[in-house]
Design a protein around this ligand. Structure first.
Ligand SMILES: Nc1ncnc2c1ncn2[C@@H]1O[C@H](COP(=O)(O)OP(=O)(O)O)[C@@H](O)[C@H]1O
Ligand SMILES: [Mg+2]
Length: 413
């Protein structure tokens, strides 16, 4: 359950106040201070990664699908490649599996260049987006296919297939053909087939995209459980950021054939490397501005939309004057009156006055849009921690949207 609990901590576990000053005290005393502005730790780089992708490039005609991409992946890691459609995710996986040859660069597995190794001889297997099951073969024969081709003895094949069928919980369905299975069951057959030869690395290309939402969520949990049990390195491709954050130890965000950032889910969300990533992963408020002054790690940024903002700077320091201040909606609290002063401004609380323009009740949270005097909108998302929420805000109500300096990110690009 390590990953599940880690992942939950990236969500807004902090009880958000729905008004008044009491919530302010809780948050500022425990979390907001100048000293807290340290970079979020990333796990140490592995000495010897299982998989090393070195400046790999692949073009189709004049089009560069993968562009000088380098990445290390640890043994036993659950790694997610996240990016918009067409950014080169499948092409990268196909090069790892051996179905495409890189134009440039090298791919090392356990320190050895795998360029000369044929796809079916690599300890790498790929589960395709459309599952690519053989329609005329039974579940059993689909799973056994690669084992037969590898020349495994009959008795060993039978034992391995039984093991795989049990692993993906398809007992009793061994004789069925793919068209006699549900979408979720077909996905399991494809998974069993790709794991049958016990690969060191399993590549999964959008493995859950064909499943409906509920099934996708339960299958995410099962895949994580399976990966933990087997200890196999999983590289999963997805365009769904929640899926990547739920499942992966680390996420590589791809954009136009390049890796824009590689980070833990938490760092990707709380410390995105660019404005593009901040907007791609989750919801965010962005204010363009100019750095006016600097006091230790506190910056004062003048913005036309939200006035002067106090923000904490992470390491490395900002080098440009023109920046973008970014705040996640769940960090923006609303209250009816301005929160009381924060002990000489030591917590760097930013207060923006405005009028509630839009309220969306979503069950677990309510999202608000607050129109500032400049006309700009600030989005706030507050957890509905009480069933009868007498404190909810109404459209047209005057409110103060506030957040601490530590809750702001400063983005240079
Ligand atoms: N065999 C191919 N021939 C020509 N273009 C291709 C081929 N495979 C992929 N592409 C192009 O390369 C780009 C990246 O594709 P792909 O790796 O499938 O992206 P993703 O999986 O991220 O959606 C796309 O623009 C796609 O059209
Ligand atoms: Mg793809």
């Amino acid at each position: 359950m390590k990953r599940l609990s880690r992942c939950r901590s990236t969500a807004s576990l902090r009880p958000l106040s729905t008004g008044g000053e009491s919530g302010l005290k809780d948050v500022t005393s425990s979390e907001a201070s100048v000293e807290a502005a340290k970079p979020l730790p990333e796990p140490a780089a592995p000495d010897m990664p299982l998989l090393r992708i070195e400046s790999v490039a692949k073009s189709f005609g004049n089009f560069r699908a993968v562009d000088q991409l380098s990445l290390d992946i640890r043994a036993g890691e659950f790694f997610a490649l996240l990016g918009p459609s067409g950014c080169g995710k499948t092409t990268l996986l196909r090069m790892l599996a051996g179905f495409e040859t890189p134009d440039e660069g090298r791919i090392l597995l356990g320190g050895k260049d795998i360029a000369p190794v044929l796809p079916h001889e690599r300890p790498v297997n790929m589960m395709f987006q459309n599952y690519a099951l053989f329609p005329h073969l039974s579940v059993r024969d689909n799973i056994a296919f690669g084992l037969k081709r590898a020349g495994m003895a009959r008795a060993d094949i039978a034992a391995r297939v039984a093991e795989m069928v049990a692993l993906v919980k398809l007992e009793g369905m061994e004789k069925r053909k793919p068209d006699q299975l549900s979408g979720g069951q077909r996905q399991r057959v494809a998974l069993a087939r790709s794991l049958a030869r016990r690969p060191q690395v399993l590549l999964l290309d959008e493995p859950l995209a064909a499943l409906d939402k509920k099934l996708r969520e339960s299958t995410q949990g099962e895949l994580m459980e399976l990966q933990r049990r087997l200890g196999t390195t999983f590289i999963i491709v997805t365009h769904d950021q929640e899926e990547a954050m739920t499942m992966a130890d680390r996420i590589g965000v791809m954009d136009a054939g390049r890796l824009a950032q590689v980070a833990t889910p938490r760092n990707l969300y709380e410390a995105p490397a660019s404005r593009w990533i901040a907007e791609f992963v989750g919801d965010i408020n962005l204010f363009n501005g100019q750095v006016m002054s600097r006091d230790h790690s506190r910056l004062t940024v003048s913005t036309s939309e939200a006035g002067s903002l106090t923000v904490s700077e992470l390491w490395p320091p900002v080098t440009k004057d023109v920046v973008c201040v970014a705040i996640r909606p769940e960090k923006v609290k609303l209250s009816r009156r301005a929160p009381a002063s924060d002990e000489g401004g030591s917590h760097g609380i930013n207060r923006l006055e405005g009028v509630v323009a839009d309220v969306n009740y979503l069950g677990g949270v309510t999202t608000y849009k607050v129109r500032l005097e400049s006309g700009a909108m600030v989005r706030s998302s507050m957890a509905n921690t009480a069933r009868l929420d007498v404190d909810a805000y109404l459209a047209g109500q005057r409110v103060v949207a506030w957040f601490t300096a530590d809750d702001c990110m400063v983005l240079e690009q």
